[in-house]
Design a protein around this ligand. Structure first.
Ligand SMILES: Cc1ncc(C[n+]2csc(CCOP(=O)(O)OP(=O)(O)O)c2C)c(N)n1
Ligand SMILES: [Mg+2]
Length: 517
């Protein structure tokens, strides 16, 4: 076998089942190695940001890594924006990046770049392999690093992919979290009990079912309120789960929401900070008087820590009684008439099927949606996480590949959609059950809102040119159909209900342009 075979076989024996790829000449031995490895499924993304966003979506859904295969520094660079989102989402991703042959590298060929430097910006683990035989150990370590909830990047020179080497058995390693310190949990429990009003700020695995189960025990014991950062990576929501509120994006709203709490427990996330720096406004959302208690480190299992905390607070394992979880089905009533962003959100909440995966990159159109979902049937929400737009369509693609039996609905802002629109082609090629709802307000509306908030209400021609998506308007139906995805445009709530139900009933991807004011 050669190094490429060893690499692919080790990935498979470490539990990796899918690869989102956009290969070039330096990765062709790995492409060939896929041929003799039926255990790994491969998907072509027509831009590296599609591959990395899809790997992120897959990783978020299954909490285990997909692999990407990327071409040299330029290919990796194209994938970085969505790897940034993956890093913020604590998503497990393993990148394999081809590199020039070691003997060729020093001649500074046209595509040469400092790949390690790029890798550092988004990866919790990175390495350039030193020999073909080392590849098994490298892969093993990269997968173990990714499974802790980080991006791992392995750079593999082409000559090592081609070199002969020995088979090396590897197996799936258990995730190696650092142990929880019972004393620090006791301290956290007794501090929390001294405050009247406590907030839990949740992130990472704390927002998955198992974490939320422990959280609801804590809520039942001490009556705290539950929050997440504005853009968490993953949230299980709906019936039988406790209501978690995403903190607002704008600092004044976030600060006033959280100022009433004497203590904030940080579980799986850091202290909340404002999205941008605004002159005269503090970067931190919590004030100095509020006590901040960090439950555990990134290297510890937040779910286990939450369970220990629930035990330390004397919380009963039984969740019945009290109001720590929503138990009553509450679907909003369908609105009627011409669509607005709010009506689009209400319609989605009224119609979305049980077990749906909602990929939320609706930007300014989506903020009505969250509050409507507490009493809905169980579902999962995947928000933008790192604020780098262009994640939604790739992320929905990866989520659908991870969970083929679950309907995926992607609430997608028009400007954001256009960064990685070619992911629609992968959805069509693979026949994925994704319905993309484009929030067609024909502008970068949030930028205009930011200007309004800064007191600028009339725009000059240049500001208009840089914030409006008109002249020409995007033809969404022809764009989607060009990539092989059936599409339609709706302007009323009634038409949206009809088209959404039709799209959900038919297999394969669909796109619905929602005309919004
Ligand atoms: C990669 C990247 N480029 C640029 C931005 C800056 N940015 C934030 S929101 C936005 C426009 C959003 O427009 P759209 O997706 O249509 O959402 P809307 O504001 O209209 O709801 C831009 C350009 C960003 N966040 N990420
Ligand atoms: Mg827009």
């Amino acid at each position: 076998m050669n190094g490429a075979d060893l690499l692919v076989r080790t990935l498979v024996s470490s539990g990796v089942e899918v690869c989102f790829a956009n290969p070039g000449t330096t990765e062709m031995p790995i492409v060939t190695a896929f041929e003799s490895t039926p255990e790994i499924r491969v998907y072509l993304g027509l831009f590296e940001g599609v591959c990395t966003g899809a790997a992120d979506g897959y990783g978020r859904m299954l909490d285990k890594p997909a692999m990407t295969l990327l071409h040299l520094g330029p290919g990796f660079a194209n994938g970085i924006a969505n790897l940034h989102n993956a890093r913020r989402a604590k998503s497990p991703v393993v990148n394999v990046v081809g590199e020039h042959a070691t003997w060729h590298r020093d001649s500074d060929p046209p595509l040469a770049m400092d790949i390690e430097r790029l890798a550092r910006t988004v990866s919790g683990w990175w390495r350039t392999s030193r020999s073909a035989q080392d590849l098994a150990g490298d892969v093993d370590e990269s997968v173990a690093a990714a499974r802790l909830g980080q991006v791992a990047t392995l750079i593999v020179p082409n000559d090592f992919q081609l070199a002969e080497c020995e088979e090396h058995p590897a197996s799936i390693r258990a995730i190696l979290f650092d142990p929880i310190d019972p004393h620090s949990i006791e301290v956290a429990a007794s501090r929390l009990q001294t405050f009247q009003k406590v907030a839990l700020m949740l992130g990472g695995r704390a927002l998955r079912k198992a974490g939320l189960h422990a959280v609801s025990r804590i809520k039942k014991a001490i009556g705290c309120d539950l929050f997440s950062q504005s853009l968490p990576g993953y949230m299980d929501r709906g019936l039988e789960l406790p209501p978690v509120e995403r903190i607002p994006l704008f600092p004044d709203q976030a600060t006033s929401l959280l100022s009433r709490y004497g203590a904030v427990l940080l579980a799986g996330t850091g202290e909340p900070v404002t999205f941008f720096g605004y002159p005269g406004v503090s970067s931190r959302i919590l004030n100095d008087e509020q006590e901040k208690i960090t439950l555990c480190t990134d290297r510890q299992d937040v779910v286990e820590a939450l369970e220990c905390l629930a035990d330390a607070l004397g919380a009963s394992p039984n969740l019945m009684g009290g109001n720590s979880v929503s138990t009553k089905l509450r679907r909003p009533t369908l609105p009627d008439g011409n669509l607005t962003a709010e009506k689009a959100c209400v319609t989605l909440a009224a119609v979305q099927p049980e077990n749906a995966i909602i990929v939320d990159e609706a930007v300014s159109s989506g903020h009505f949606y969250d509050a409507l979902t507490i009493g809905l049937p169980p579902h999962t929400v995947l928000p933008g996480s790192g604020g780098s737009i262009g994640l939604g369509i790739p992320c929905a693609t990866g989520a659908a590949i991870a969970c083929p039996d679950r309907p995926v609905i992607n609430l997608e802002a028009d400007g954001s959609a256009l960064y990685t629109i070619q992911a629609l082609w992968t959805q069509a090629r693979e026949g994925l059950n994704v319905t993309t709802l484009v929030c067609s307000n024909r502008s970068y509306r949030i930028l205009q809102t930011q200007l309004n908030r800064a007191g600028i209400t009339s725009y000059g021609l240049k500001t208009q040119a840089l914030t409006e998506l008109t002249q020409p308007a995007i033809d969404w139906v022809r764009t989607a159909e060009g990539f092989g995805v059936p599409a339609t445009t709706v302007s009323t709530t009634e038409a949206l209900v009809r088209e959404l139900c039709k799209a959900l009933a038919e297999p394969g991807p669909h796109l619905i342009e929602m005309l919004l004011p």
